[in-house]
Write a protein that binds this ligand. Structure first.
Ligand code: MLT
Length: 269
């Protein structure tokens, strides 16, 4: 689906029961796009309305930019624009990594639109100075070499050894998602991530049901970090996805989907 949302044409995938089911908004990580959630959209029960947009500048969504730089706030506002367009008052926000950073911004700015949160393979903290320098270096490489530079630099650290050994097709698929992104969108998202605020103090303010999900071999946002995050969110549940690295939704889609559905069933109201 494609529609004009604010200053951009936004693309999203969806499945499930449409306007009659409670909505779940999937927010992809970097440097992917909404296709990251295809395995979930294909397998999850019809009872919910599953929506997976391409964030601004990723996949088939425009970068826009008439109104200033990409920020987490802007990405969150885009998603609220999509919820408005679809007539959805409140949704479960399921964000993976960068998607989690956007979920924090959504909670900060539009808490009344959030029914529940699923924070996957993400962290509340801001970048360190070294992290910001690495973003600048990667942005320069992407400008020189294109989106494949993001795949070369990041993919080795994103998936688990189990995935690499037993499901090589996952790595190939992630590479093809990354390489289909416009380089300029990736560069702007790197800038947005480098500038994002620390959301640690936000965690105790989260009053909606929250599930924290992490791949057992996530090397980017390790289990210990997910545990620390879950401890700060009142009554949050933590689930560890076996065999998965940082991209748990696609590395072990069965376990990920099972945990998500159990959480949604337990918190339906
Ligand atoms: C992601 O998966 O979205 C990235 O690892 C996030 C980041 O680079 O901070």
């Amino acid at each position: 689906m494609d529609q004009t949302i604010g200053d951009i044409r936004m693309h999203w995938r969806e499945s499930g029961s449409g306007a009659t089911g409670a909505a779940v908004l999937f927010v992809h990580g970097f440097p992917f796009h909404g296709g990251l959630w295809d395995e979930q959209l294909e397998r999850l029960p019809e009872r919910w309305w599953w929506i997976a947009p391409d964030l601004r500048g990723f996949g088939r969504s425009d970068a826009g930019m008439a109104g200033g730089p990409v920020t987490m706030d802007r990405l969150a506002d885009d998603l609220v624009g999509l919820l408005d367009r679809l007539g959805i008052e409140r949704a479960t926000i399921c964000g993976l990594s960068l998607g989690g950073y956007v979920a924090f911004a959504l909670w900060r700015r539009h808490a009344h639109r959030v029914r529940s949160l699923v924070l996957c393979d993400t962290r509340p903290g801001a970048d360190t100075e070294a992290g910001r320098r690495a973003r600048v270096e990667l942005a320069l490489r992407i400008q020189r070499e294109g989106a494949s530079a993001a795949a070369d630099a990041m993919l080795p650290g994103l998936i688990s050894e189990t995935t690499r050994r037993t499901r090589p097709e996952v790595e190939a698929r992630l590479r093809s998602i990354i390489e289909s992104n416009p380089p300029d969108g990736l560069v702007r998202a790197l800038e947005a991530m480098a500038d994002r605020p620390d959301s640690t103090e936000l965690l105790p303010t989260i009053t909606v049901p929250t599930l924290v999900v992490v791949g057992e071999a996530d090397a980017v946002t390790p289990v210990a970090e997910a545990e620390a995050m879950a401890e700060r969110v009142p009554d949050a549940l933590l689930r560890v996805i076996p065999g998965a690295g940082h991209v748990s939704s696609i590395e072990n889609p069965e376990a990920f989907g099972r945990e998500l559905v159990q959480f949604l069933e337990a918190t339906a109201g």
